[in-house]
Design a protein around this ligand. Structure first.
Ligand SMILES: NC(=O)c1ccc[n+]([C@@H]2O[C@H](COP(=O)([O-])OP(=O)(O)OC[C@H]3O[C@@H](n4cnc5c(N)ncnc54)[C@H](OP(=O)(O)O)[C@@H]3O)[C@@H](O)[C@H]2O)c1
Length: 249
């Protein structure tokens, strides 16, 4: 372990936005605990890429929607370090269907993985961060505040997530812990391509986006990089929108 090494735990760090965040943080002196659900091959690839940039990387598979799994992820982290500087909850899951057709199981999965996990992860990170402070960031979406067809299960869970950010930011500020979120517009990742009617949604998004293009995972990684860094020292409990200007009209 390098002297002054810093420790980062990211959920869903193996693909899409999480992959870009992992790689943007990978450098010598950074130790990354990279969580994913089941795609081991992608996780191994990102681990390899991050290590080639000088980071130490530990893969931590597990379903963050399950509080017992979260407890065992932190047990694993505890065996390697007593310190955690950064927590990023990026993983998300959910079905795409109208809200009135949701099964309770669909509701539970979204709320568990996207919102409840942010609570259990923050609670797990607290004993590590209370001593030296830290930064916690999560990823939300525009669907938390506005109607998006077939997106209700996830959108509602993201509303809870953004509110958790506000409450936790106030409660944890006295410990020197900053809590914020990034709300992303459409970013071309695997999950987006799975969305029903992706091509027509993409067209509609582009027509209303002053930025003139869909997002790239790196666009969100840059905002997260800012929120984790010293220039964001005075930002607490905010959800920063990065959407190419889509939500302006
Ligand atoms: N893409 C967009 O347009 C967009 C827009 C707004 C907000 N966002 C938000 O950005 C974040 C990342 O989205 P993305 O599009 O990059 O997703 P993605 O490409 O589908 O990747 C999802 C990642 O999360 C992991 N994951 C899923 N469920 C998990 C669970 N229960 N426990 C642990 N890991 C889990 C996946 O692991 P496996 O691969 O192993 O399953 C994968 O690493 C999400 O919070 C999403 O809501 C995305």
């Amino acid at each position: 372990m390098a002297k002054n090494e810093r420790f980062l735990f990211i959920t869903g760090g193996s693909r899409g936005i999480g992959r870009a965040v992992t790689l943007s943080q990978a450098q010598s002196g950074m130790c990354i605990f990279l969580n994913y659900l089941r795609d081991e091959e992608s996780a191994k690839k990102v681990k390899h890429e991050a290590e080639s940039k000088g980071a130490r990387v530990f893969l931590l598979p597990g379903n963050v929607g399950d509080p017992d799994a979260v407890a065992s992820l932190f047990k694993n982290i505890r065996e390697k370090t007593g310190r955690l500087d950064f927590l990023i909850h990026n993983a998300a899951l959910g079905v795409f269907k109208p809200v009135h057709e949701l099964r309770l199981k669909d509701w539970d999965i979204s709320l568990d993985v996207n919102a409840k996990a942010f609570l259990t992860l923050t609670q797990g990170a607290l004993p590590f961060m209370k001593q030296n402070g830290g930064r916690i960031v999560t990823v939300s979406s525009l669907g938390s505040r506005r109607f998006t067809p077939n997106y209700g299960a996830i959108g509602i869970s993201k509303s809870a997530l953004e509110n958790l950010v506000r409450y936790l930011a106030v409660e944890l500020a006295p410990f020197g812990i900053g809590v914020n979120a990034v709300s992303s517009g459409l970013v071309e990742t695997d999950s987006l391509k799975a969305f029903p009617g992706f091509e027509s949604m993409k067209k509609a998004f582009l027509a209303r986006t002053p930025g003139g293009r869909l997002g790239k995972p790196e666009d969100i990684a840059k905002v997260i990089r800012f929120l984790l860094g010293p220039d964001a020292d005075w930002i607490f409990g905010q959800t920063i929108v990065a959407d190419g200007g889509y939500s302006l009209s």
